[in-house]
Design a protein around this ligand. Structure first.
Ligand code: FES
Ligand code: MG
Length: 594
């Protein structure tokens, strides 16, 4: 709300500081050089940043270059002045060695921009997997008024009358290729069919997950996350987002008012109901740490495990992004959870209203796509946290365990929910690709595949490689999935029931570093344990030998950032943040004007 005597905004320290006319003149003249006028810059109107994540290098977010025009119109009409600037681009599928490396880099860069320039508020243009947490984390650290705007998913992909979803179709195409049912050209055609327009992945991968959770957290306008990128509604919500951020600056509504523990618990429950990505705990735990909110990996099991799956999107289900929007999107899901008392309804959102007020009565418009709470696709769709002598924590999305998998591994009446197997260990994705089809490994259906050297330090940034396909010869024999465990991540578009995000990783001295191919391992989902069945004395000997050899080896740094990030990054369990950055919280308030 506008008051009679508007609060002095932080941009005044740059543009309207009579006590330091030298510097004020220097700040002003350069922003005037492209046509902003003195009266605009000294008017006391909010200066609103548009943190632009779109570019040719990041195609998922590229449509933000268009949407920013409507954002600017909204900002201007509400009395603000827009200043658009680039955020370090992140392209999930194009960045080597992994886009995971760049989340903290984009975060770091955006913190500097939001803190060190004359910005009173910011529109965060979110979309592709890591762009969402990077932007939210930076807004949390600086804590100026911030609103997120999703770029929206691509239109549905189609191939011969069937929906083809981003990423998910790749796992399918790989199986078809390995089984000899398609050739390379057929592979490319099938995969390309899943990307028919601008926007981010149309499956419930990490992008749709994180954009939905940004809305569930209260950081986006209600109903906005699911709007497909090319729809006119997307342009309209961009305009509304621009208008709203100006009001937020006048109201001094900051991330710390919205990103409370209750908001995070709401998001955890929504994540289960949408069938969200296993990357969500990493990113939300990171965001909570930068906000200074207590949140642990155990919160994901405690608050999320029992929530059923309501959204029927690939990879867990059948449909895609357009269907999700048409069926009611995030508000329809939140309303179902509210009916069960699973949402803290008072949690404040960017529109100034509570999530309860925003979502109460939001109807499901297609029950094939979003199920009512009482008729879910799956019960207990959240994550299970596992521990043992291989790692302190790892998570598993038990809801994607297939019937075939359950019958093969989890149907022993003497030992329900548990099985033992022979470990086959790969050291990083290159090792896996080189050896998976080697008959000398004699992999059969009693084996458990391990991927290590794939965590935030080992494969800098943590690679999405834990879900490994079975060898060709098993695929041909009809065995598509073996149990997989690792210290890396897994793409949200994969439907594998892997045990992943294991912390600490092998490269940080975790138990995984001691495992050898041929060891017996026991997985007990009910007890929440994964252990190598190796005597303690033997493990001590192995650890001594490993330490004498200088620890678990990982490849050389290829870039300066790889070296810097490796020396500062934490483990996946606690968000894989740059640990020293966590001390810097709400710096617009705690450190004042730079
Ligand atoms: Fe960018 Fe999926 S690769 S959203
Ligand atoms: Mg990914």
């Amino acid at each position: 709300m506008m008051t009679d005597t508007p609060r002095k905004l932080r941009s005044r320290a740059w543009f309207d500081n009579a006590a330091n006319i030298d510097m004020t003149a220097l700040y002003l003249e350069r922003y005037m050089n492209f046509g902003l006028s003195l009266e605009e810059l000294q008017s006391g109107r909010p200066i609103i940043g548009i943190a632009q994540t779109g570019s040719d290098l990041s195609p998922c977010n590229r449509h933000h270059l268009e949407l920013a025009h409507r954002v600017r119109e909204g900002i201007r009409e509400a009395g603000g002045i827009a200043i658009e600037f680039p955020v370090h681009p992140i392209q999930e599928t194009g960045k080597r060695p992994t886009a995971g490396l760049d989340r903290n880099l984009a975060y770091l860069g955006l913190v500097e921009l939001l803190y060190g320039y004359p910005l009173d508020g910011v529109v965060l243009t979110i979309g592709c997997d890591k762009t969402t947490p990077a932007c939210l984390m930076a807004a949390a650290t600086v804590n100026i008024p911030a609103i997120a705007l999703s770029v929206g998913p691509m239109l549905n992909g189609w191939f011969r009358g069937e929906r083809t979803g981003s990423g998910t179709i790749v796992w399918k195409a790989r199986e078809l290729l390995a089984a000899g049912e398609i050739d390379n050209a057929g592979f490319l055609k099938l995969v390309a069919s899943s990307a028919p327009s601008t926007g981010y992945c149309n499956t419930m991968g990490t992008a749709t997950t994180m954009n939905s959770l940004a809305e569930a957290l209260g950081m986006q306008l209600p109903g906005s996350a699911a709007i497909p990128a090319p729809y006119r509604d997307r342009q309209e919500i961009s305009y509304r987002t621009g208008r709203r951020i100006v009001e937020m600056v006048h109201e001094d509504l900051k991330p710390s008012d919205i990103l409370t523990r209750e908001a995070f618990l709401n998001a955890i429950r929504v994540n289960s109901a949408i069938g969200g990505s296993t990357n969500a705990p990493i990113h939300l735990n990171a965001l909570a740490r930068h906000m200074g909110v207590e949140l642990t990996v155990d919160d994901w099991q405690t608050h999320g495990e029992e929530v059923p799956l309501l959204v029927n999107l690939q990879p867990a289900g059948e449909y895609l992004g357009e269907d999700y929007y048409r069926a009611g999107g995030v508000p329809a899901v939140v309303n179902q959870l509210m009916g069960q008392g699973l949402i803290a309804e008072d949690a404040l959102t960017v529109n100034g209203h509570s999530i309860g007020d925003n979502c109460r009565g939001a109807a499901i418009l297609d029950e094939a796509v979003i199920r009512p709470y009482g008729r879910p696709l799956k019960e207990r769709a959240g994550f299970r946290v596992l521990r043992g002598n291989l790692f302190d924590s790892a998570i598993m999305k038990t809801s994607v365990i297939s019937e075939e998998f359950r019958t093969r591994y989890l149907s022993n009446p003497e030992d329900p929910d548990a099985f033992e197997g022979r470990a086959v260990v790969f050291d990083g994705p290159e090792d896996y690709h080189a050896r998976i089809d080697d008959p000398a490994l004699s992999i059969d259906e009693t084996c458990v595949l391990f991927m290590r050297g794939a965590g935030p330090i080992g494969y800098p940034g943590a690679a999405e490689v834990v879900n490994m396909r079975a060898p060709d010869y098993l695929l041909k024999a009809g065995i598509a999935a073996l149990p997989c465990i690792g210290d890396g991540r897994q793409s949200g578009t994969s439907g594998s029931p892997s045990i992943l995000n294991a912390s600490p990783e092998a490269a940080a001295g975790g138990g995984l570093a001691l495992l050898r191919s041929g060891d017996r391992v026991r997985i007990d989902l009910r007890a929440g344990r994964v252990d190598m069945l190796v005597p303690d004395e033997e493990l001590t000997e192995r650890r001594n030998a490993l330490e004498a050899a200088g620890g678990y080896p990982y490849p050389d740094h290829q870039t300066p950032w790889q070296e810097i990030q490796r020396s500062l990054v934490g483990q996946l369990e606690t968000g894989a943040v740059l640990e020293p950055a966590v001390r810097y919280r709400r710096i617009a308030q705690t450190k004042g004007i730079p």
